[in-house]
Write a protein that binds this ligand. Structure first.
Ligand SMILES: [Zn+2]
Ligand SMILES: [Zn+2]
Length: 216
């Protein structure tokens, strides 16, 4: 267990002749209230090889339009939307991007045309890895940068607003007890920590991965 060290940096890197950029547009939040939750996922923008990619558009419409405007992006400028998993706090707004192809763990949708794909977002260096546990079909997004590998981890890691952001691979995730498989989730957490320098959680602040928690 360790306390996550939040980091507030954007990554600029050169991959061959391609410059890629990763930016957290909205930091995900989750707060339990009477009868339910106030929650929306972290929204991450990746620019790779001239493509604009959104990971998890979330469900806060007002905030999403605000941050896109700030980035000088219209909804039509987004080429791909990656959904780490199907929960509505991550996926609700994916339909606003009228030109985007939508990827989940195994498929790409282009309107009603569905194809399976390999491990990479087409024409980019952005890799998708399978990270089941929070639910069966959960993936994470891996981007190699000069500052190390960044993993956009969806709900493999997440915290409620009132919690201290402590990274514990065995922390029980009981928000969706019928879907969550703790054995798989622990494996996915270790897998991400093993490859990542920085981890962007589904709800909470980006943090630096501490390798020692995944040993033993
Ligand atoms: Zn979530
Ligand atoms: Zn979820």
């Amino acid at each position: 267990m360790f306390k996550a060290v939040p980091v507030h940096i954007n990554f600029l890197l050169v991959v061959g002749v391609v410059m890629a950029e990763i930016k957290v547009l909205i930091e995900g939040y989750a707060k339990q209230v009477k009868g339910g939750w106030i929650a929306s996922s972290t929204v991450t923008l990746i620019k790779s090889n001239g493509k604009n990619i959104i990971v998890d558009p979330g469900c806060n419409r007002k905030k999403l339009f605000e941050v896109l405007k700030k980035e000088k992006l219209s909804v039509s400028d987004i080429d791909f939307v990656i959904l780490t998993h199907a929960h509505a706090d991550h996926t609700l707004l994916c339909g606003i991007f009228d030109k985007a192809r939508v990827l989940n763990a195994v498929e790409i949708y282009d309107n009603d045309r569905q194809v399976e794909y390999g491990n990479f977002v087409p024409d980019t260096d952005v890799e998708i890895i399978q990270t089941p546990g929070h639910c069966v079909e959960h993936c994470s997004v891996l981007i190699s940068t000069e500052k190390g590998t960044v993993v956009v981890a969806g709900d493999v890691f997440w915290w409620v607003e009132s919690e201290k952001q402590i990274v514990d691979v065995e922390k029980v995730d009981d928000a969706h007890p019928l879907e969550t498989n703790m054995v798989e989730l622990i494996k996915s957490r270790k897998k991400i920590i093993a490859v990542a320098e920085f981890i962007i959680p589904g709800h909470g602040k980006m943090f630096k991965a501490q390798k020692k928690v995944c040993q033993g």
